[in-house]
Design a protein around this ligand. Structure first.
Ligand code: COA
Length: 369
């Protein structure tokens, strides 16, 4: 049996190919390179959820619809206010999603697409409301003029409309993070959906799964690594030392990709542009050196999380918000998978190789030593 289910085909999907020969990374047949260059995140979310790219009319209606779904129920604001200021933002989203499931509980008559759209629109509001309330006591208005989710995230975080170029980086990053086949959090969401549980439970479980540093938490962990070093030389010595101690370097390697992560080139280009814009002379050169050391020593390549870390930092995003950004995006893929699983459901329940004791006689309490 393969540890970690490596190489096991665990189901069927029409959503995405990851590193498939002749296809690479595609969402519903469209290459990630084309989507990142020519589409917007809203188009991508529509494509993932509904199967086809939207027409211009559908897209403009969709943007407007998502804009109308940004507000937070009063009861949710109250929950967010009661969470500790020291909570990890991923815990805030996990709790917020679960709480919303109590307030806007899925019903038989409610469309699944409605819940998916609501979560797409409301997650940034949830996090930023909690953030500002605990940072300076402000109860922010989450309905802004931003006409995209990327613009909304940056506007709520910085309190003003972001430059178009920054919105574009954020938008592309949301496209890159949107979907990735049977990764751990998506598979979790599908397992929950396969029990015929509700939508919010599936997404709440997926958020908890994404949080770990071997999965979504790698972007935060990668930044902590990069930020330790002041020069490329220091980074070289430091990474060599970590490798000697057999410590995993976050933001490198992948379960499926063997030679490169196609998403990394796109985000690296943006990280380089932003580094030049903010006149960075430390983080980007340090990142490049870590990449060179990892290629030389381990033949490992950066995954999406590695250069996302510096790109997000240059956009002024707090490190603890890096993985939540992944949630703001991946909700599109998770929701599409939940809908797909429900469309052709069978309970997901694998078997295990038993490695425990042989059958033995029960020992009464009085005779145990
Ligand atoms: N740093 C150092 N060594 C790494 C490594 C990394 N980031 N990723 C893999 N390796 C090494 C392992 O130590 C192992 O070497 P060994 O055979 O000499 O023991 C070998 O490569 C295989 O690694 P393994 O952990 O078994 O691969 P996996 O398929 O189970 O794991 C990841 C895939 C993504 C979990 C793994 O590459 C990793 O932990 N990366 C860092 C976390 C990360 O960036 N996650 C985001 C993924 S998009």
């Amino acid at each position: 049996m393969s540890g970690g289910l490596e190489g096991i085909v665990a189901g069927r999907t029409a959503l995405c190919t990851v590193g498939k020969e002749g296809c690479g990374l595609t969402y519903r047949g469209y290459s990630i390179e084309d989507l990142a260059e020519h589409a917007t995140f809203e188009e991508t979310a529509w494509l993932l959820l509904r199967g086809e790219l939207p027409t211009a009319e559908q897209l403009s209606g969709y943007r407007q619809r998502l804009r109308g779904l940004r507000s937070l129920p009063a009861a949710l604001k109250s929950v967010l206010e009661q969470l500790p200021a020291t909570s990890h933002p991923m815990d805030v989203l996990r709790t917020g999603c679960s709480a919303l499931g109590c307030m806007e509980t899925e019903t038989a008559s409610q469309g699944e697409f409605d819940i998916a759209d609501r979560l797409l629109a409301v997650f940034p509001s949830m996090l930023m409301y909690w953030h500002w309330f605990h940072k300076n006591g402000t109860r922010i208005e989450t309905e802004t003029d931003a006409d995209s989710i990327a613009g909304q995230i940056l506007c709520l975080l910085h309190g003003r409309a972001a430059a178009a170029s920054h919105q574009r980086v954020m938008d592309s990053s949301l496209i890159l993070y949107a979907e990735h086949e049977f990764n751990a959090s998506t598979f979790t969401a599908r397992i929950v959906a396969s029990t015929l549980s509700d939508f919010h439970s599936a997404i709440t479980a997926a958020i908890g799964t994404l949080r770990g540093p071997l999965h979504g938490g790698a972007n935060e962990a990668a930044f902590e690594l990069i930020d330790q070093f002041t020069t490329p030389e220091e980074a070289e010595t430091g990474v060599m030392e970590l490798l000697r101690k057999k410590v995993k370097i976050m933001g490198f390697g992948h379960r499926v990709y063997r030679t490169s992560d196609p998403r990394s080139d796109v985000i690296q280009k943006y990280a380089a542009e932003l580094a030049a814009e903010v006149k960075d002379t430390r983080l980007y050169p340090v990142s490049e050196r870590i990449e060179a050391v990892m290629r030389r020593e381990k033949k490992l390549f950066p995954n999406l999380d590695f250069y996302s870390a510096s790109a997000y930092h240059f956009l002024g995003i707090p490190t603890l918000f890096f993985t939540p950004l992944f949630v703001f995006s991946r909700i599109s893929g998770w929701a599409a998978h939940v809908i797909e699983q429900r469309g052709d459901n069978r309970l997901i329940r694998p078997a295990a190789d038993y490695v425990g004791p042989e059958p033995r006689a029960f020992v009464p309490l009085a005779s145990r030593k």
